[in-house]
Design a protein around this ligand. Structure first.
Ligand SMILES: *Cc1c(COP(=O)(O)O)cnc(C)c1O
Length: 376
């Protein structure tokens, strides 16, 4: 059996080596390292794939979130509502821009932001909602957009974990996750569902004015060469990363199918076990399984993870600490107990290896090792 990893980037590379090596070599030969044709090709292909008018490539997913907020003309103290159960980047950029993060709890089955909790958190200072499509499944966007319309708020989708997921509206129409709000953000960090070989990110929007403004922000606030009308940042996707992404975008749907097949295998193995809750499927979104995350019930999670580690099976906790209990984000507005669902999840969830190259014998070994611990 091949060695188990949370994400096996090497095996994936070996399957697309010819295309990747050719793409990277072409960039080196052309020396068009920044903003070369590969970046433009990728931008167009991603616009087409997502069915969106504008894709603005940038340096990483964190920048994508920051640039989105910089383009919205917000002022210090404006409130941004987001989830207490996410990767830190979401809240980090809010704090960096001197906006006020307002946290809300999540749905216990999908782990995604709870629209009713959003509704309760709205104040006259609220300007933006940032739902995170956690672990590969979209948040309830129809409800969120309805709240945003009612209160005249912007919606920025943190789609760093769910690129390729389809959102199915009540009337049966579909849109890609990340293209429903005013702005969508994604990351091309190597282990993400569409990962490059370094750092990368992108912003999506259908709004011409926002797109224009975000293109200015990512390029030092420059409107005409060496004329700077805004304070911006330097955030670029480089051509070598774009070359990798051009290859991997053409495999994205096939990769999602492979992740789903692995998830189905896990689901079946764990279905009737009373000590595990398998990931819920939200009816309005296809799941692209950035992570396969279980809830351990009345089980010693730490001992389970140690048992797996001893057998060479990596298992991770995404995320061990709720945002309001992170040292840098401690805030007199919040105390332990304020977000009971998030706090419970941080104490009970764990994620098993999930990637595009999982093999049958590996899946069997992982599931039998988990079950051996639960039912000795
Ligand atoms: C990965 C991730 C980010 C940040 O992306 P980077 O490219 O690492 O900056 C932001 N939000 C979520 C939910 C993520 O998973």
């Amino acid at each position: 059996m091949k060695k188990l990893q949370m994400v096996d980037l090497r095996s994936q590379y070996l399957n697309i080596k010819t295309e990747i090596d050719k793409g990277i070599q072409e960039i080196i030969d052309s020396c068009a390292f920044i903003n070369g044709p590969a970046v433009q090709t990728f931008q167009k292909s991603l616009e087409q794939y997502l069915g969106i008018k504008h894709v603005i490539p940038c340096a990483n997913g964190t920048d994508a979130l920051q640039v989105s907020m910089m383009a919205l003309n917000l002022k210090p103290g404006d409130e941004v509502i987001t989830t207490s159960f996410t990767f830190i980047a979401t809240a980090e950029v809010i704090a960096l821009l001197q906006l006020t993060p307002v946290l809300v709890d999540v749905d216990p089955s999908t782990f995604n932001i709870d629209p009713q909790a959003i509704q309760r958190a709205i104040t006259p200072k609220t300007r933006v909602i940032v739902p995170v499509h956690l672990f590969g499944q979209a948040a309830p966007m129809e409800e969120i957009m309805e709240i945003a319309r009612k209160h005249n708020l912007y919606v920025i989708e943190d789609n760093c974990q769910a690129i390729g997921s389809d959102y199915i509206f009540d009337d049966g129409t579909m849109k890609k996750a990340g293209t429903i709000g005013h702005i969508g953000c994604t990351s091309f960090f190597p282990s993400k569902n569409l990962g490059c070989y370094g750092d990368g990110g992108a912003i999506f929007t259908n709004d011409d004015d926002l797109a224009k403004q975000m293109r200015v922000v990512v390029n030092h606030g420059m409107t005409v060469r060496y004329y700077h009308d805004y304070i911006g940042v330097n955030s670029r996707l480089d051509s070598i990363q774009a070359a990798v992404l051009n290859v991997k975008l053409s495999h994205l749907d096939e990769y999602a199918a492979k992740r789903r097949a692995a998830a189905d295998f896990y689901d079946q193995a764990f279905a009737i076990n009373p000590k595990l809750i398998t990931p819920a499927r939200y009816a309005k979104s296809t799941h692209v399984f950035h992570q396969y995350t279980l809830v351990a019930k009345e089980t010693d999670r730490k001992a389970l993870i140690e048992h797996l580690t001893d057998k060479g099976i990596p298992a991770m906790i995404y995320y061990p600490v709720p945002l309001h209990m992170q040292k840098a984000y401690l805030d007199p507005r919040y105390k332990p107990g304020d977000f009971p669902v998030t706090e419970h999840l941080c104490e009970t969830v764990f994620s098993l290896p999930m990637h595009t190259e999982l093999e049958q014998d590996q899946l069997e070994f992982i599931t039998s090792s988990v079950l051996e611990f639960l039912n000795p």
